[in-house]
Design a protein around this ligand. Sequence first.
Ligand code: HEM
Ligand SMILES: *[C@@H]1O[C@H](CO)[C@@H](O)[C@H](O)[C@H]1NC(C)=O
Ligand SMILES: *[C@@H]1O[C@H](CO)[C@@H](O)[C@H](O)[C@H]1NC(C)=O
Ligand SMILES: *[C@@H]1O[C@H](CO)[C@@H](O)[C@H](O)[C@H]1NC(C)=O
Length: 515
Amino acid sequence: MELTFKSLLLLAAAFYFLLRITAYLLIAHQNRIFAKSHNCLTPRRFPSSFLGLPNWVRVMRAAKRGDVLEHIASRYPTYGNTWKGRILFGASIGTIEPENIKAMLATSFKDFGLGPERHANFYPLLGDGIFTLDGAGWEHARANLRPQFSREQVSDVGALEVHVQRLMNRLPEGDGEVADLQSLFYCLTLDSATEFLVGESVDSLLSPELNPTGDVDGGKEEMSFAQAFNVSQTYLINRTRVRGLYWLINTKRFRDANAIVHRLVDKYVDMALHPEKRARKISEKKYVFLDAIAAETKDPKYLRDQTLNILLAGRDTTASLLSFTFWLLARHPHIYKKLREEILLAFGTGRNGEGKHPSFSALKDLTYLRYVLNETLRLYPPVPLNGRSALRNTVLPRGGGEDGLSPIFIPKGQRVDYSCYALHRRKDLYGEDADTFRPERWGEGIGRGWEFLPFNGGPRICLGQQYALTEASYTVTRILQKYARIEVAGTHTGPTMDLTLTVAPKKVLLRLWKA
Ligand code: HEM
Ligand SMILES: *[C@@H]1O[C@H](CO)[C@@H](O)[C@H](O)[C@H]1NC(C)=O
Ligand SMILES: *[C@@H]1O[C@H](CO)[C@@H](O)[C@H](O)[C@H]1NC(C)=O
Ligand SMILES: *[C@@H]1O[C@H](CO)[C@@H](O)[C@H](O)[C@H]1NC(C)=O
C-alpha cells in the first residue's frame, strides 16, 4: 500500500516535469519560428557566469562608489550597443541604439510596457499612478492630466517668482561665501511643485533649517516630508536592483517613510474634497492641479496617487537639472560669462527694478540658455536609466548578428534596459568630444531625434517638459543676474552621484560673487 502511494507520487512528479519540459520546448520552438520569420539574429553576449551574480555584485559595488552610471555605460563600448546577458538570475538586454528605443517608446508602443514588476515594486509609495500603470489605467491617468499642462498653466512665471526670490534670499550676501545650491534647488522645486499641485506650498525655503521634521501633523513625525520622500525612493531603486526579489526589501523604515509621504498628500486631498476646511482661501484665479482632478473624481486614493506621481516627476528631475547646470557652469567660467551676457542683454541685472521681469516667451528666446540646458540634459539626463518589458513576443530592429544590424527577438516578459546617460555620450553620434560640456554644439544645425531623450519620446513623453524648462530657465536667469562669478568650493572633482529614480550630484557647493 505504502509502496503504491510512493510510486503514484513519483509518477505524478515525473508527469508534471514532463509536461513542463514539453511546454518549454514547445514555446522555444514557437519562439524560434517567430524569430526566424522576422529575420532575427542573436545579440552579442555580455559575459554572465554563475547566473549573473558577479555582474550584480559589480553593480552593487559601483552603487557604493557612486558611479553606477559610468559602470553601466562602460559595458557598451566593450560588448556593443545592444547585448544580452544575465544580471542576478534574469536575462537582461541592454541597448543604446536609438532605433531600438524608438521602437519600444513609439513604433512598437503596444508591445512594450512598464511591466507588472515595476507596478508591484513601486506600488507601496506610488500606488496606481501615471508612473506605475500601463494600458487603460495609464491612458485614463494621462488623459486626466493632460489639460493641466496647457500653455497657460506652465507659462505662469509669476507663481515661480515668489519661490525663486526666497531661494535668492538664502544665498550669501558676502562675496566669495559658500552656498549649498543643491539643497536649495530641492527645496525650490518642492515648494513650487506643491503650490502648483495642491494649492499650498510646503514653504521649505522659509524654514530656518531647510528640511524641518514635522511638517506633517504638527511636528510629531521623525522625518520631514522631503527626507521621507528621499528615503522611499532609495528603497524603490534598491528594490529594482534585486529584480524579482524586490519584495524582500520591505523594512519598517520603508513603510514609515511611505506613510509620512502619504499623510502629507492626504491632508491636501482632504482639503480638495472639503474646501471649507481650508485655512487659507485660494483665489479664484489661481490654478490648482489637485482641485482640477478632484472635479473629475472623488476617490481619495486616486487623487493621492495622481498627485504624488506628479510631485515625484516634478521635484527631483528639475532639481537635478538645476544642480548639474550649476555644477557644470562653475567648472566652465567662460560659459558662465557668455550666458550671463545673454541674460543681462535681455533683462538687465534686475536690481532696483532695473529691466523687465523675465517673461515666459522672453525666456524661451534666450538661445544660449537653451543650449546650456540641452547640453546639461545631454551629459546628465535626470532620468538616466530606464527600461520596458515586452507585453508579448516581439522584435527590436537592431542588435542581432556580429554587426548588430539585424533585428533581435524579444520574448514576452523580457525586460529591455536603456541608458540615456550612455546614449547621450556615444562618440559616433556626438563626436569625439562627446564627454565635453560644449553648449555650442546645439547651434551647429544637427537635429537630434531619438539620440537625445532626456524627456523620453512617443506616447509617454514627459508631460512637464515645458514647465520644467521654464522653471529652470527662470531660476538660472535670476541667479546669474545677481552673481557675476561662481567658483567651485572644496576639492571634489568628478561628480560622484546620488542615484535614485533620478540622479543628482552628491553636493553642489559653490562660492558666489555679486556683480
Ligand atoms: C528636467 C526635468 C524633467 C525631466 C528630465 C523629465 C523626464 C521625464 C522622463 C524621462 C519621463 C518618462 C518616464 C518613463 O516613461 O519611464 C517623464 C515622464 C513624465 N513627466 Fe517628466 N521630466 C521632468 C520634469 C517634469 C515635471 C516638472 C513634471 C510635472 C510637473 C513632469 C511630469 C511628467 C509626467 C506626468 C510623466 C509621465 C508621462 C506618462 O507616463 O504618460 N516632468 N519625465
Ligand atoms: C534629498 O536628496 C537630494 C539629492 O541627493 C539632496 O540634495 C537633498 O538634500 C535630499 N533632501 C533631504 C531632505 O534629505
Ligand atoms: C540601498 O543600497 C545601498 C547600496 O547597497 C545602501 O548603501 C543603502 O543603505 C541602501 N538604502 C536603503 C534605504 O536600503
Ligand atoms: C533641445 O532639445 C530639444 C529636444 O528635446 C529640441 O527640440 C530643441 O530644439 C533643442 N534646443 C536647441 C536649442 O537645440
